[in-house]
Design a protein around this ligand. Structure first.
Ligand code: GDP
Ligand code: MG
Length: 163
């Protein structure tokens, strides 16, 4: 049984950008099944010799900000069930939103390892802003920039330890 890392979070935090970065060396497998799975993207990734599957749960947005919160909740529930580890992506430029709090509550109840990934930390001057995300109550935070790739190595080092 292979390890599955699911990327969850509200729209526009950078889930797909992170997914593309993690899977960039291999061809992403786009699942074309009907229903809930239709908009979930599965790809393969490798870090220090460990191969794993990455799921981008955000495909349902289809370029629109107008996404039903119920759809996001459903994606989080499915991700908790099927993932080995969860990457909860949040956005340093917006801080914590109500939907972030809701997702955090769901993830705190899960028995799976959850990594709080503070995205869009494009330069070190944003590190101070990122510390607010400790208040999500999910432990350590990982400051990254999916755009530049900064911080993703430290994140993946700890993710693969949970396999
Ligand atoms: P998703 O809706 O969570 O999948 O978010 P996307 O990956 O589609 O990204 C939403 C927006 O955030 C896009 O305009 C991205 O270019 C931007 N974005 C993603 N990652 C970063 C980052 O690390 N830094 C900055 N500045 N922008 C980012
Ligand atoms: Mg997306």
């Amino acid at each position: 049984m292979s390890n599955i890392v699911a990327i969850v979070g509200r729209p526009n935090v950078g889930k797909s950008t992170l997914y593309n970065r993690l899977t960039e060396t291999r061809k992403a497998i786009v699942d074309d099944m009907s229903g809930v799975t239709r908009d979930r993207h599965y790809g393969v990734a490798e870090w220090i010799g460990r191969n794993f599957t990455v799921i981008d749960t955000g495909g349902y947005v289809h370029g629109s900000d107008d996404v039903f919160e119920s759809a996001i909740r459903e994606q989080v529930i499915i991700a908790i069930e099927e993932a080995t580890a969860l990457l909860f992506v949040v956005d340093v430029t917006t801080g914590i939103t109500d939907l972030d709090d809701d997702i955090a509550q769901m993830l705190r109840r899960s028995k799976k390892p959850v990594f709080v990934v503070v995205n869009k930390v494009d330069n070190t001057s944003l590190n101070a802003d990122a510390s607010i995300f400790y208040s999500l109550g999910l432990g350590e935070i990982y400051n990254i920039s999916s755009m530049t790739g900064s911080g993703t190595g430290e994140l993946l080092d700890d993710v693969v330890k949970t396999f």
